[in-house]
Structures are given as structure tokens and as C-alpha cells.
Design a protein around this ligand. Structure first.
Ligand SMILES: [Mg+2]
Length: 217
């Protein structure tokens, strides 16, 4: 599936790729609406509708991922709310083995996430992911989300990357399409970002369900 002799660097998404997206889905769709309804003294349905509308209006922008922006908008400490359910932060199957494989192969592994730096820190600490990666980058430090035009040019300059020798793995089609448009040659699409949900259909990129598929001799 991957010609490893042609790859020097692996760029890795965090949520839905290395980590199970179940945490995020549970937090935004279940935990936050319950806590919002209690805090603002409204019914759960109104809370769900308000949060859904706010989320839809922000989709694709860096603010959608920005904990500080959300905290201001809903007048609640979103980081603290996430910490309440941090026990749900887990690796996707095969993550530790795959990162060990990359290290053994002498490949550079770089985390490239849209998660806000506070969310990234929480996830790294809760999962132990930081022990397996040399570099962890949040798109907030580049002032653009990964699906925004120009993000990948900024990343290449910052990390001094040769995109013809990079592999990028992500569960978001919009992000993969943007990376491809800006020159990242090898792309893999994670088809089961949330392990509690069904495998998604393959799209225009090679699909990946389990990391063991990439570790075949
Ligand atoms: Mg993701």
C-alpha cells in the first residue's frame, strides 16, 4: 500500500487518525449539550439546536477548532468541560505499533492537527501520544486550518519539507483535497475515525482502516 523507500516523513492527523474520534463526537454531541443546558437553564433540545447552528456557521474555519472562541461564544470553559471526559481519549487500534514501526524505519513522524493548542495538550497528555512523536504542530500556530488555501505552503516552509517524499494520513476529505492541491504527493484516508461507528465508503484517496495494513513487509 505504501512504498516506504519513497517516503522520508509521515504527517499525521490526530483526531480520527491516531486517536479515536469517539471522544470528540461524544463531547460535542452529548456531553456539551447536557452541560450547556444545565448552565444556561434551557432544555436539552434547545441546547442541541443552538450548538448545532453555531457549529454549522463555523465549519471549515479555524474558529470551529478554537477552544477560546467557543468558550467566549457559549460563556463556558470548554477546556475544563473536555477534561471532565478525558477518560474517553484513546488511540485508534494499531496507533502505538504504527508509530513504533515508523521509528524503527527511521521515518520522521510529525503530528499536524487542527486541534487548538489547549485541546492538543490535553489529548497528548491523556493518551501518551507525545512519547511517540518528535514534533506536534497545531494549525492555530499557522493562523489557518488544514483545509484552508495556503496552509500547506506555510507548513512546508516552517518544517522544511519535501512534499514529494511525504505521506499524509487524515480522516477529513476536505483536508486531504487541500493537501493534494498544494503538492503533498502520498495521501491516505482513514475510513473508520470513530471506532464506535461503521467503516465509511472509500472516496478518491486510498483508504485505511487499520494501521497494520501499512506495516506489511
Ligand atoms: Mg481528523
Amino acid at each position: 500500500m505504501v512504498n516506504w523507500s519513497a517516503i522520508d516523513t509521515v504527517l499525521l492527523d490526530m483526531d480520527g487518525t491516531l486517536l479515536d474520534l469517539h471522544f470528540d463526537n461524544y463531547f460535542w454531541l452529548e456531553h456539551l449539550p447536557i452541560r450547556y443546558a444545565a448552565h444556561h437553564a434551557c432544555d436539552l433540545e434547545s441546547a442541541q439546536q443552538y450548538l448545532h447552528n453555531l457549529s454549522s456557521s463555523l465549519q471549515g474555519s479555524l474558529n470551529w477548532y478554537c477552544l477560546d472562541y467557543w468558550s467566549t461564544q457559549i460563556d463556558m470553559d470548554v477546556e475544563a468541560l473536555k477534561i471532565e471526559v478525558r477518560h474517553l481519549i484513546h488511540f485508534r487500534p494499531g496507533t502505538a505499533e504504527f508509530l513504533a514501526f515508523l521509528q524503527a524505519q527511521g521515518k520522521q513522524a510529525i503530528l499536524v492537527t487542527n486541534a487548538h493548542p489547549k485541546a492538543m495538550r490535553l489529548k497528548l497528555q491523556a493518551s501518551g501520544l507525545d512519547k511517540h512523536l518528535q514534533t506536534c504542530l497545531s494549525s492555530h500556530d499557522f493562523q489557518l486550518a488544514k483545509e484552508n488555501p495556503g496552509f500547506w505552503d506555510r507548513l512546508r516552509e516552517h518544517a522544511d519539507l519535501d512534499y514529494t517524499r511525504c505521506l499524509f494520513i487524515d480522516d477529513s476529505l476536505n483536508v486531504l483535497r487541500r493537501a493534494q492541491a498544494e503538492g503533498v504527493r502520498n495521501l491516505l484516508h482513514v475510513l473508520q475515525p470513530d471506532m464506535s461507528q461503521a467503516i465509511r465508503p472509500k472516496a478518491e484517496f486510498p483508504g485505511l482502516v487499520h494501521f497494520t495494513e501499512l506495516m506489511a513487509p
